[in-house]
Design a protein around this ligand. Structure first.
Ligand code: CA
Length: 367
């Protein structure tokens, strides 16, 4: 009996083990499926940024019929936010969703693929990268780090930031502890501010504790979500430092080169779609959030005085031009960007800018 009970028990245990095995996912290779890990610099499901990364992942997965799925990791879930680039470069992760100015410590050329003070707007930036030679130079730059880069979102023109006192002159920036990433941060350091770059999730605690006096983040929709209005009440515009910030997704180059032609086409199309979906979502949601900030939360919206913008503009020209000293690919990117900026200003004067001015003339729709 004892032996029979033992055998029965063994059979049950065996059946249990078999059942347990059958509930485990089959190895991806056996199913002919591939899963990519995407790390991001954004808090989980943060409006527009985290949700944009999730939407991109869903679209790649759906367009491939599930043969290529993307799993998203929020900031800190797999690696700390600012280590996303190294994680993809080394193959710890397959792709990132971020803004490339976070990698300016690797090369200052990365700034041009996120935002440049007094640089290109969202539509101009997209035009430069897709049709003005920007992508080829970005590929060359990122290849050095084992990454294939894509545009994958755009915030549009950002706001200038949150301040706990008014900005009336350049003196108000002296010693100001402000969160501002990229070349914008360098511009503010040049006029005397103590600018720091912090990942999104660290900004509110820093502002609340007084570790920083002021911050920029994105625009009304994103800034409302972080609750900066609880600490500061002056909300300045325009965001001269980020006139159309590109969000980016870089894919590990070996992973990219190992993909089939159809998977490459799916990723390329999903990235371009996300660039458009993202910008349109920011433009659709910002004004409603601004009304909440000013109406419900009594935030005061102010424009930077023109003399301040003029001085910051001069410092921006020096900082942006100064990246040439890095030489190599950085100088090539700078030249291409500045050429495109010149032609964009010329065309925008007759197109967007002229139309926006005309639209402000008094008239009424018929009917
Ligand atoms: Ca920003």
């Amino acid at each position: 009996m004892k032996r029979r009970e033992f055998m029965k028990g063994a059979a049950v245990a065996g059946a249990g083990a078999a059942a347990a095995v059958s509930t485990l996912p089959k190895p991806a290779i056996a199913q002919g499926k591939k899963e990519l890990k995407m790390v991001t610099t954004w808090p989980k499901n943060f409006p527009g940024l985290g949700t944009g990364a999730e939407r991109l992942a869903r679209n790649i997965t759906a367009m491939s019929g599930g043969s290529l799925s993307v799993k998203v990791f929020a900031a800190g879930e797999l690696v700390p936010p600012f280590e996303s680039f190294d994680a993809v470069s080394s193959g710890t992760a397959d792709m990132y969703h971020a803004a490339d100015y976070y990698w300016q410590g690797k090369s200052k050329a990365f700034n041009f693929y996120a935002a440049v003070p007094f640089g290109l707007t969202a539509t101009e930036q997209t035009a430069w990268i897709h049709h003005g030679g920007g992508q080829q130079l970005w590929d060359e730059l990122s290849k050095g780090f084992g990454i294939k880069p894509f545009m994958a979102g755009n915030t549009g023109v950002q706001m200038g930031g949150w301040f706990n006192k008014e900005v009336n002159s350049l003196e108000d920036y002296k010693g100001l502890k402000i969160r501002m990433p990229g070349l914008g941060g360098e511009v503010l350091r040049r006029i005397g501010a103590a600018a720091v770059s912090l990942p999104g999730g660290e900004i509110f605690p820093a502002l609340q504790s007084g570790a920083i006096d002021a911050t920029e983040w994105v625009g009304p929709w994103n800034d409302l979500a972080f609750g900066f209005y609880k600490v500061t009440k002056f909300y300045y515009y325009p965001g001269f430092h980020e006139p159309g910030t590109t969000l980016s997704s870089g894919v590990n180059l070996k992973t990219w080169e190992g993909l089939s032609a159809d998977h490459k086409a799916i990723i390329t199309a999903a990235m371009a779609a996300e660039n458009d979906l993202s910008l349109s979502e920011f433009n659709a949601r910002n004004n409603g959030a601004l009304n909440t900030l000013t109406g419900k939360h009594k935030v005061t919206v102010k424009k930077f005085p023109d003399p301040v913008l003029n001085e910051i503009g001069k410092a921006s020209g020096e900082v942006v031009g100064g990246v040439r000293s890095e030489g190599g690919i950085t100088a090539k990117v700078l030249d291409s960007f500045l050429d495109f900026r010149k032609q964009s200003i010329a065309w925008s004067k007759l197109s967007d800018q002229a139309y926006w001015n005309a639209r402000l003339l008094p008239f009424k729709y018929a009917g």
